[in-house]
Design a protein around this ligand. Structure first.
Ligand SMILES: Nc1ncnc2c1ncn2[C@@H]1O[C@H](COP(=O)(O)OP(=O)(O)OP(=O)(O)O)[C@@H](O)[C@H]1O
Ligand SMILES: [Mg+2]
Length: 246
């Protein structure tokens, strides 16, 4: 099995001004981890522990102070590599006047997908995410779970090998959580590699192959899911002292 994602010593500080005072937050203090092909890797950590920061760095949305990462073995995440990555943001946003079909058509065309292939993929991903029956309904009024499934449909449209999902189960009811869990397991079965963040430790336990515990800007521990994962996480976090909310 090859390494799909390699992160070595990522450090990231945010500099900002508040009421005329300059402050610095050190969000990542040397994050290192590997994600192997076809694994589901869960990054878990408290609020503000740096999960979204890690994802933004991987996507090239922000730059780390130092540290390196390789995606599909490449340190240079150029457009060819980006095309092999699907991304679900923490809060997916869609214009509510459009239908899922229109959203996916628009997304596929701006990302340069060929027309015939795009048409075929749109019907495939709508079926895959169980949104086929609402494909021509405006997304105004969609539940959080339906929007999340549409976000996943968008992220897998171009058949990327690596999926990066930021809190895919965030804000969902138990049925929505089960739907996303089953979808993630189906994606793994179909050969995808998934890197995702979560707070829902009981869910992480059911879906992940590897769990990275993030605290104090670093990976404190990487474990395979086990029935005492929640306690293990709390004990691990307690060892470093729970940081103040920033
Ligand atoms: N644009 C920014 N400017 C200043 N500080 C920031 C910025 N973005 C994030 N931070 C800080 O960096 C730290 C990590 O934030 P991040 O959003 O990565 O955490 P997270 O683990 O994703 O949290 P959550 O579980 O709430 O989604 C926090 O202290 C946060 O306040
Ligand atoms: Mg976050």
């Amino acid at each position: 099995m090859s390494k799909i994602l390699e992160i070595e010593g990522l450090i990231k500080s945010y500099k900002y001004s508040h009421l005329g005072r300059k402050s610095v937050t050190l969000a990542l203090k040397g994050l290192t981890l590997d994600v192997m092909e076809n694994d589901i890797f869960a990054l878990i950590g408290l609020n503000g522990s740096g999960k979204t920061t890690t994802i933004k760095i991987l996507l090239g949305l922000i730059r780390p102070d130092t540290g390196i990462f390789r995606i599909f073995g490449s340190e240079n995440v150029n457009n060819d590599i980006k095309r092999m990555i699907g991304y679900l943001p923490e809060i997916p946003y869609f214009n509510s006047e459009f239908t899922p079909g229109e959203i996916l058509r628009f997304w596929g065309s701006i990302t340069g997908m060929e027309k015939g292939y795009l048409k075929k993929r749109i019907s495939e991903v709508l079926r895959y995410t169980s949104l086929e029956h609402v494909s021509s309904r405006k997304i105004k009024g969609f539940s959080r779970g339906m929007l999340q499934r549409l976000g996943i449909a968008q992220s897998i449209l171009a058949e990327p090998g690596l999926l990066i999902l930021d809190e895919p189960m965030g804000g969902l009811d138990p049925k929505g959580i089960i739907d996303i869990r089953n979808l993630m397991l189906k994606l793994k079965k179909d050969g995808h590699t998934i890197f995702f963040t979560s707070h829902l430790i009981s869910e992480v336990e059911k879906v992940a192959d590897k769990v990275g515990m993030l605290g104090d800007g670093k990976i404190l521990k990487i474990v395979e899911p086990h029935p005492d994962l929640e306690q293990d996480f709390l004990d691990t976090i307690n060892q470093i002292g729970i940081p103040d909310v920033q």
